[in-house]
Design a protein around this ligand. Structure first.
Ligand SMILES: Cc1ncc(COP(=O)(O)O)c(C=O)c1O
Length: 359
């Protein structure tokens, strides 16, 4: 078996111990004589899996008791719509911080629902930086302030979150569970699982319970957070397999020593890669220094032909998924939790060799 170092942006690398456990339990989960995928989502056995996944997330992220933890479907993309549909009342305005491609999609969906104020737009800097809090033009009494904690495509990430009067709503798809943060300023957090939490097909939602009451009665049942809170994530058939993997990933995070340990490791991995990028003019890192993501590292090279050659040779050397997003080109290494330090070391050493040969 030759597993490559996977730098893909998502679906992304999963921890090897998680995959091995899932493999061992695939045919017979916990002595039930069936796979977790074949069993009722209302069974006692699956219920225990769901409870473990929820309590794992609650413990790792230190989620207060007045927040519900949900595992929904439709990806983060459906959350772009569900957030305003539930939280943006008639006559209200929602503030959105436009930091790049994912923020733009969130804004587009919110505009279909109600009034949106773009509190800051990173266009003049080509979406290569996160704004300072003082730059935000916030609306008094806004329904909420939406941010994208990590722009997966651009490779920029908030180091601290703005303090706002209105509850923060965040798309944390690509950096949740990579570093510690305080949940309390947030009214709603959502994250597609396919980067740091598990497989695609599950979206983690953390919602402050009182905010779910804002949903208009006329909103479709499936689109109301309230519906999914009543019987946590069991209103309809959830992605049982995905939730099971989230449970295993949470157990893996705990086994490493929790979020603080993981954050230190992530920072170390990112520092190694940025050091190489800063070490020679051959590499052209994209994000402004103080906004650099520790999850998605983006850079350019002298020409597109060289970038193509780099990706091709890296792939042949067992370093996969380094091509930048199709909308922007360039190179991107996604170094999520499950990407080991050895992968980054291998990448850096490949880069040094590549520069020697082609520089
Ligand atoms: C920050 C961010 N938001 C939203 C999405 C969209 O997620 P999904 O494909 O699960 O709808 C992605 C996908 O990569 C993302 O990186």
């Amino acid at each position: 078996m030759a597993r490559v170092f996977n730098f893909g942006a998502g679906p992304a690398a999963l921890p090897l111990p998680v995959l091995e456990k899932a493999k061992a339990e695939l045919l017979d989960y916990g002595g039930s004589g069936m796979s977790i995928m074949e069993m009722s989502h209302r069974s006692k056995t699956f219920n225990a899996v769901m409870q473990d996944a929820m309590s794992g997330v609650r413990k790792i992220l230190n989620v207060p008791a007045d927040y519900e933890i949900l595992f929904l479907q439709g990806g983060a993309s459906l959350q772009f719509a569900m957030a305003p549909l539930n939280l943006l009342g008639a006559g209200q305005t929602a503030d959105y911080v436009h930091t790049g491609s994912w923020a733009e999609k969130a804004i587009k969906e919110a505009r279909l629902v109600g009034a949106v104020n773009v509190a800051w737009d990173g266009k003049p800097d080509k979406y290569m930086r996160i704004p300072a809090e003082r730059e935000l033009k916030l609306t008094p009494n806004a329904a909420y302030v939406h941010i994208t904690s990590n722009e997966t495509i651009g490779g920029i990430e908030y180091k601290t979150f703005p303090k706002t009067q209105a509850p923060l709503v965040a798309d944390m798809s690509s950096d949740i569970m990579s570093h510690a943060f305080d949940v309390k300023p947030f009214g709603l957090i959502y994250a597609g699982a396919q980067k740091n939490l598990g497989p695609s097909g599950v979206v983690l939602v953390l919602i402050r319970k009182d905010l779910a009451e804002r949903a208009p009665a006329s909103l479709s049942t499936m689109l109301k957070y309230k519906t999914h809170m009543a019987e946590p994530s069991l209103y309809n058939t959830p992605n049982t397999w995905g939730i099971y993997l989230v449970k295993l990933v949470a157990e893996w995070v705990e086994s490493l020593g929790g979020l603080a340990k993981l954050q230190a490791l992530n920072e170390e991995k990112a520092a190694l890669l940025y050091k190489t990028l800063d070490g020679s003019a051959y590499w052209k890192p994209c994000a402004q220094k103080d906004s650099r993501s520790i999850m998605n590292v983006t850079w350019r090279m002298g020409s597109e032909a060289l970038e193509e050659k780099f990706v091709k040779e890296a792939t042949a050397a067992g370093l996969g998924g380094l091509k930048g997003h199709r909308s922007v080109g360039g190179l991107r290494a996604s170094i999520y939790n499950a990407v080991p330090k050895a992968a980054v070391e291998a990448l850096v050493s490949f880069m040094n060799e590549f520069e020697k040969k082609n520089g």
